[in-house]
Write a protein that binds this ligand. Structure first.
Ligand SMILES: Cc1cc2nc3c(=O)[nH]c(=O)nc-3n(C[C@H](O)[C@H](O)[C@H](O)COP(=O)(O)O)c2cc1C
Length: 475
C-alpha cells in the first residue's frame, strides 16, 4: 500500500517538474492542453463570453500551457464555421486581450499560446459560408481533398468542395500569407499572450506546402538564404518573421506531422529531416509532433491506427507518435538548449504520461479530448496524490450514438469508409462539450450525439447564434 502511495508521489513529482524553454520562459509542469477548436460562436470572429468561461475553467485546472484552438489568419478560409479569426478591426485586439487576462488573472496563471493557422485545401465554402460556394480553397495544388474512393466519398467531396482548389503560383500571394501569420503573432503578443504555435500539421496549408503530394514542385520564395531547402521556404519566412517581430521571451512553437499517413505524403524519414532542419534555425521553443491529414486523420484517433514500426499493442496504445519522438530525442539538444518536444495523442492516463517523460519520448505531454470533459484534469486527477494510478485513467469512453451516426454518414469501418466522418463525429461531440462549459454547464459524458447536434449545434449555435452573427457582421 505504502509502495503504491510512493509510486503515485513519484509519478506526480515527475509530471510536476518545471521545464525551461530556450527563450528562458519556465513551464510550471509538463501538462499542455492541446489545441482544440472550441466550436463556440457561429461565423468565425473574435473570442466571446463562452470562450472566456471555457478558458477560465482551463486556467483554474492546473495546466502548464494552454494552447488555443486554431485561430485562422484569413477570415474567408475557415476550417469550421465556429473558428476564431483575426479581423483587422480595433475590437480584435481588445477581445484577445480580454481572453488573455481571463487566463492570467487566475491564481495558477498558466502560459497561454495562440495557435495560428490556415486550413488551405481543407477549407469548405459550403460548410463554412465564409466565402461564395464557387470561391475555391487555396493550396499549392489544384486537387480536391481525397475523402474516399467509393460513390459516397465522391458525393461528399463534391458537396463539401464544389470547385477544385486554386493553386497559388505567384510568390507575392505566398508573401501575403506569410505577412498574415506574422501579423497574427504580433497581435497575440500585444494582446498579452505568451506565444504562438504555427499550425503546420494535419494537411492544412503549411503542411500542404511541405508535402510532396500536394506540392510536388515547390518554387523558391524571395529573401530566403540559399541553405534553406525550398520545401521549407514558406515555414522559414513565417518563423523568421515572427522571431524578428516579437520579443525573445515570446514562445515560438510549431505543430508538425511525423507522418501524413497517406501514400506519397510526408513519411517519418522526411519528417525527421524537417524537424532537424527546423531545430538548426534556433528559432523554436516548442515543437509539437502530431500526424495525419483529413483523408487519414491519425491525429483524431491515434489509438485506432497502427504505427508502421510498433509491434506491441502497448506502444500503439501509448501514442502512435511516441515511436517517432523516442528515436528523434536522443539526437537533439535537450531543452533549454534546443526546443522542447511536445507529444500529443492518446496519452490518457498517468502511467503513460510518466513513461513517455521517463523514456524520453517527450518533454511535454499534450492532452486533447479528455480536456473537453475534465477541464481541471491536472489538478483534480493527474497531479492529485490522492488519486491512484488505476483511477487516473481518463480516455477510452464511448460517445453515445456515434456508431449509428458513422453508419448513416458513411464513416463505418468498411473499405471505402469516409475516415473524415468518423473523426468529424468525435470532434463535433467534443466541441459540444466545450460549448457546454462555455455556457456555464457541466460537460456530459452521456450526451447522445443526436442530442448534441440538436441542442448544442442547432439550438444554441444556429438558431440563437444566427441573430448574434448577423449583428456582429453588421456592426
Ligand atoms: C474538438 C477537437 C478540436 C481540435 N482542434 C484542433 C485544432 O484546432 N488544431 C489542432 O492542431 N488540432 C486540433 N485537434 C487535435 C488535437 O490537438 C489533438 O492532436 C488530438 O485530439 C489528439 O490528442 P488526444 O488523443 O489527447 O485527443 C482537435 C481535436 C479535438 C478533439
Amino acid at each position: 500500500m505504502r509502495g503504491q502511495t510512493n509510486m503515485v508521489l513519484d509519478d506526480v513529482r515527475a509530471i510536476s517538474q518545471p521545464l525551461a524553454l530556450p527563450n528562458g520562459v519556465v513551464v510550471r509542469n509538463r501538462l499542455v492542453k492541446a489545441a482544440m477548436a472550441e466550436g463556440i460562436g457561429l461565423g468565425g470572429g473574435t473570442p466571446r463570453k463562452g470562450h472566456s468561461n471555457l478558458y477560465n475553467e482551463w486556467a483554474k485546472g492546473g495546466w502548464g500551457i494552454i494552447i488555443s484552438g486554431n485561430v485562422q489568419i484569413d477570415s474567408r478560409h475557415l476550417a469550421s464555421p465556429h473558428d476564431l479569426t483575426l479581423p483587422s478591426h480595433s475590437s480584435t485586439l481588445k477581445a484577445y486581450t480580454k481572453l488573455a487576462s481571463t487566463v492570467h488573472e487566475t491564481a495558477t496563471s498558466p502560459l497561454l499560446v495562440m495557435q495560428i493557422s490556415h486550413p488551405g485545401l481543407q477549407s469548405s465554402s459550403t460548410i463554412n459560408l465564409s466565402r461564395w460556394p464557387w470561391e475555391a480553397a487555396i493550396a499549392p495544388c489544384r486537387d480536391r481533398p481525397t475523402v474516399s474512393d467509393g460513390p459516397i466519398g465522391w458525393i461528399w467531396s463534391r458537396a463539401v468542395w464544389p470547385v477544385k482548389s486554386r493553386q497559388i503560383v505567384k510568390s507575392d500571394e505566398w508573401l501575403e500569407i506569410v505577412k498574415k501569420f506574422i501579423d497574427g503573432a504580433v497581435l497575440a503578443e500585444k494582446a498579452g499572450w505568451d506565444g504562438v504555435q504555427v499550425h503546420s500539421a494535419h494537411g492544412y496549408l503549411l503542411a500542404e506546402y511541405l508535402s510532396p503530394l500536394t506540392n510536388p514542385r515547390p518554387k523558391p520564395l524571395p529573401n530566403v538564404p540559399d541553405y534553406i531547402p525550398i520545401r521549407l521556404h514558406l515555414l522559414y519566412l513565417i518563423l523568421k518573421g515572427i522571431q524578428d517581430n516579437t520579443s525573445k521571451s515570446f514562445i515560438k512553437a510549431v505543430k508538425i506531422n511525423c507522418s501524413d499517413f497517406v501514400q506519397g505524403g510526408i513519411d517519418e524519414k522526411q519528417a525527421t529531416q524537417i524537424v532537424k532542419t527546423l531545430i538548426s534555425w534556433s528559432i523554436l521553443d516548442i515543437i509539437e509532433i502530431s500526424g495525419g491529414t483529413y483523408s487519414s486523420p491519425a491525429f483524431a484517433s491515434p489509438e485506432s491506427i497502427k504505427s508502421p514500426s510498433s509491434t506491441s499493442s502497448r506502444s500503439t496504445r501509448q501514442s502512435l507518435f511516441a515511436h517517432f519522438t523516442s528515436t528523434l530525442l536522443p539526437f537533439i539538444p535537450a531543452s533549454p538548449n534546443g526546443p522542447a518536444i511536445l507529444l500529443t495523442g492518446g496519452l490518457h492516463d498517468r502511467n503513460l504520461i510518466v513513461s513517455s517523460l521517463k523514456n524520453k519520448a517527450c518533454d511535454l505531454v499534450g492532452i486533447g479530448r479528455p480536456a473537453c470533459l475534465y477541464p481541471h484534469l491536472p489538478s483534480k486527477i493527474i497531479l492529485n496524490e490522492n488519486i491512484s494510478d488505476e483511477q487516473a485513467r481518463f480516455g477510452g469512453y464511448n460517445i453515445p450514438g456515434s456508431k449509428l451516426m458513422k453508419f448513416i454518414l458513411g464513416g463505418s469501418d468498411t473499405k471505402n469508409s469516409i475516415k473524415l466522418v468518423g473523426a468529424g463525429i468525435s470532434t463535433m461531440w467534443h466541441e459540444w462539450q466545450l460549448c457546454r462549459i462555455g455556457r456555464g454547464v457541466e460537460p456530459d459524458l452521456n450526451m447522445h450525439w443526436l442530442k448534441g447536434l440538436i441542442v448544442e449545434e442547432l439550438w444554441y449555435e444556429v438558431i440563437l447564434g444566427l441573430p448574434v452573427k448577423l449583428w456582429r457582421s453588421w456592426t
